[in-house]
Design a protein around this ligand. Structure first.
Ligand SMILES: Nc1ncnc2c1ncn2[C@@H]1O[C@H](COP(=O)(O)OP(=O)(O)O)[C@@H](O)[C@H]1O
Ligand SMILES: [Mg+2]
Length: 412
């Protein structure tokens, strides 16, 4: 009798994915599909109008459900149901690889929570990296704000940033969207996201009237108008340089009126230098180089702490002290200027799926990434040709795991 086992062909892997309509375009879903197929797997878009059970199996799930998660947290019943269903599915299918786990992402949805988390990491406690002092502001009262600033050592000038999940904007948004679904929802969500990008720089007591609570007040760091965007994909990262807010001299602070800006216009991939990101000629300061050894340590620690695969970290370096400050952490960022990030992602996912044939559960991998996926030295330093690069990025040390490319639109 022929053995049944010898005839068994392992079925093709199903890779589920969910992205908002906007993110789908950005990611290039068709390219992702082709890459998935080149690995012998099948890409299956998750349809939130059906249950996960009705669409299974899913061997892996790649997603950016942050919008949906925020809506669920804000009380949108439909979004709540979708997210619960995904969570239940993952709970009942510990072998499904998820990029990235929802509990990890949840920790990054609120700016204030993210800053607290980063501040508590070994990385910040031992001074490898820093976070500008910050305070959560819930009141418009000047005395209350000053007290919050004092208690948290926040100084003028500070950047006033909305916290995503708990802002009044999100509540307003929720009222409008709780009964809507589909394209209109996305339009309204973009509008809300735009509100979240409205920021201000507050220079003095007179400016405190412009604080729009609830928000995070974060001490402004002069940093040579240069932002380092660290795009992480599992054990690899890319550094891209972007324009950033200009420095402000001490003399200009006393009487400076509040500056309002939309953060999208400052450092995003398609933002070029503007008045706000171009220092006066006499104020031009060269941004300190990025200490890539600190970035190596950061990716390792955040990987262990957060079990995240796809995230971005914004870093600025103080022109006064050279200290490097984390100012923002993003889930599944745009990866603008990072070639082949989808290939790297899929290689990572397929590698994670491999051990399952050896009986190692994905939950173990999703949850404890300690056996680092950190690879040996990948000393690559490439400038990306299509990114309008004018100069070598200032890098202090060669990177262990990083690929350094530059997106430098500075008019220097
Ligand atoms: N503490 C800070 N000091 C100096 N500049 C800052 C600080 N925080 C933010 N910025 C500037 O504001 C921009 C937007 O801030 P960020 O926190 O990254 O918001 P977003 O989530 O919209 O990307 C940054 O790219 C940087 O230019
Ligand atoms: Mg940012």
């Amino acid at each position: 009798m022929r053995s049944r086992v010898s005839n068994m062909v392992p079925r093709r892997k199903f890779i589920g994915c969910w992205f908002s309509a906007k993110k789908k375009k950005k990611v290039n879903l068709e390219k992702l599909r082709a890459i998935v197929e080149s690995h012998g797997a099948i890409l299956k878009e998750i349809d939130f109008s059906k249950t996960m059970k009705a669409q299974e199996p899913f061997d892996a799930i790649i997603h950016k459900m942050t919008d949906r998660m925020i809506e669920a947290m804000s009380g949108n019943k439909r979004a709540e149901k979708n997210i619960k269903d995904v969570e239940n599915y993952l709970e009942n299918h510990p072998n499904t690889v998820v990029v990235d786990p929802l509990p990890s992402i949840r920790k990054l949805l609120d700016r204030h929570e993210t800053y607290k988390l980063i501040k508590g990491t070994k990385l910040c406690l031992n001074g490898t990296l820093h976070i500008p002092t910050f305070a959560y502001i819930t009141s418009r009262n000047e005395a209350d704000i000053l007290e919050q600033m004092r208690a948290n050592s926040v100084e003028f000038p500070f950047v006033c940033k909305k916290s995503v999940a708990h802002g009044s904007a999100s509540h307003k948004h929720n009222t409008r969207t709780s009964t809507s679904y589909g394209n209109q929802k996305f339009a309204e969500f973009s509008q809300y996201q735009d509100m979240n990008r409205q920021m201000s720089i507050i220079f003095n007591k007179e400016g405190l009237k412009d604080v729009d609570p609830p928000c995070v007040a974060q001490t402004f760091i002069n940093h040579g108008a240069l932002l380092y965007k660290i795009y992480v994909i599992a054990d690899k990262y890319h550094v891209v340089q972007r324009p950033s807010l200009r420095d402000f001299s001490k003399d200009s602070l006393k009487d400076h009126k509040t500056i309002f800006f939309n953060s999208h216009d400052i450092s995003s991939g398609d933002s070029s230098r503007s008045k706000l990101t171009t220092p006066d000629e006499e104020d031009v300061q060269i941004a300190p180089p990025l200490e890539t050894s600190a970035i190596d340590a950061m990716t390792k620690e955040l990987h262990n702490e957060l079990h995240m695969t796809m995230y971005g970290v914004d870093i600025i370096a103080s022109i006064e002290t050279g200290k490097q400050y984390i100012i923002d952490v993003n889930v599944f960022p745009g990866y603008d200027g990072v070639p082949d990030f989808l290939d790297t992602l899929m290689n990572h996912v397929m590698k994670k799926l491999e051990p399952q044939t050896n009986g190692i559960s994905a939950r173990k991998q999703n949850g404890s990434a300690k056996t680092a996926l950190i690879k040996p030295l990948m000393k690559t330093r490439s400038n990306n040709n299509d990114t309008n690069c004018h100069e070598e990025p200032p890098l202090k040390k060669s990177s262990r795991n990083g690929v350094i490319s530059a997106k430098n639109k500075q008019a220097r």
